[in-house]
Design a binder for this molecule. Structure first.
Ligand SMILES: [Zn+2]
Length: 153
């Protein structure tokens, strides 16, 4: 089950395997958040100076391939390693300067996943996003009645 605990373990695994050169200088928390169409994740600094990595909560659905989550985590970790929303020294003037994140994702072994993701975003994500958010456009109460129906049949 893809919950925040699972997501936290995923972060640890990716950090340990692929970001051994990136020192963890503060508390980094990760959670599923938002149901964005045009954003897969973000990284920000919280008031208490912890770093928060957010991953689109629609990725909890098993319809979304796991490599999409891995890529999102790795993308945000690259920002962290470059000193964006982390206590590490800032290496660039802008977080995406010269396609630096994509370049580094390739260097860290994500080239194949990146090309799969390109295809996923173009051909699958728009419909999938619509599918995954369709009940949210209705009220909470109709959400509830859908749930009842689901359990009864
Ligand atoms: Zn970014």
């Amino acid at each position: 089950m893809r919950n925040n605990l699972w997501l936290g373990r995923r972060l640890e695994q990716i950090w340990e395997l692929l970001f051994q050169d990136t020192q963890r200088k503060n508390n980094v928390i990760i959670k599923f958040k938002g149901k964005w169409k045009n954003k897969f994740g973000h990284i920000k600094t919280l008031k208490n100076k912890d770093t928060e990595i957010a991953v689109n909560s629609l990725f909890q659905s098993s319809l979304v391939p796991e490599y999409i989550i891995d890529l999102t985590i790795a993308h945000e970790l690259i920002h962290y390693s470059h000193g964006f929303h982390s206590p590490l020294p800032k290496l660039y003037s802008h977080p995406h300067k010269g396609g630096i994140v994509t370049k580094e994702l390739k260097q860290r072994g994500f080239a194949n996943q990146l090309s799969l993701e390109k295809n996923f975003i173009k051909n699958e994500w728009p419909k999938m996003h619509q599918e995954l958010t369709k009940y949210n456009r209705k009220s909470r109460s109709s959400n509830y009645s859908n749930l009842i129906k689901w359990f009864r049949f």
